[in-house]
Design a protein around this ligand. Structure first.
Ligand code: SAM
Length: 182
């Protein structure tokens, strides 16, 4: 059974400098240790305004919110110990660009930790994912049911440390932890 808590509990263990991409309602930002320096980038200004209020309510000063895009991360290379995302990659316009940006900003040995939708291993589900991608992306904020993040991650020099696939969903979640090698 899929539990997003697998991802959220991993966030609690991160130290150093972390970049979270596409935080949406921002609930995952509450999972980081309050000593961890987190930069959180989100494309939609509305989510940033909401998260600012939420962080103020919780008195969290270790998190910096930035308006920007995963496809053009506004930082130099080798800045981050970790990059994280949850259910973000499926809605970017270019996964290839986003993953190459994630690779660029990670320090050597840094890790990309994510929970993202992936292609189903079930043939019927996979066919449905492909057929429904276009109409669903139009009504669901560009969310692509045919997202296949591992094949894109494989285009960069990442070593997959952990990969946990949750079956029985039309959009099966995949927990992935990948280390940047150079
Ligand atoms: C399905 S929501 C997931 C939100 C949150 N991470 C969660 O797990 O609930 C996708 C989020 O990614 C953001 N997003 C989409 N494309 C993006 C991009 N290119 N760069 C940064 N954020 C992006 C959306 O605005 C939205 O907040």
């Amino acid at each position: 059974m899929f539990k997003k808590t697998n991802f959220n509990s991993r966030l609690q263990t991160l130290d150093g400098i972390v970049l979270e991409l596409g935080f949406g309602d921002g609930r995952s930002l509450l999972d980081y240790h309050s000593d961890t320096n987190v930069i959180a980038v989100e494309k939609k200004k509305k989510w940033i305004e909401n998260a600012e209020k939420m962080l103020a309510r919780h008195g969290l000063e270790n998190i910096t919110l930035i308006h920007g895009s995963a496809e053009n991360i506004p930082f130099r290379e080798y800045e981050f110990d970790y990059v994280t995302s949850s259910f973000m990659l499926c809605s970017v316009y270019s996964q290839k660009t986003a993953i190459s940006e994630i690779y660029r900003v990670l320090k050597p040995g840094g890790r990309y930790i994510a929970i993202e939708h992936t292609l189903s291993k079930n043939r019927l589900y996979r066919t449905l994912q492909k057929v429904l991608t276009r109409p669903v992306s139009k009504i669901a904020d560009n969310c692509h049911l045919n997202s296949d993040p591992v094949s894109i991650i494989a285009l960069q020099k990442f070593n997959i440390i952990k990969s946990v696939y949750f079956p029985y969903y039309l959009e099966p979640p995949l927990f992935i932890e990948a280390e940047k090698v150079i």
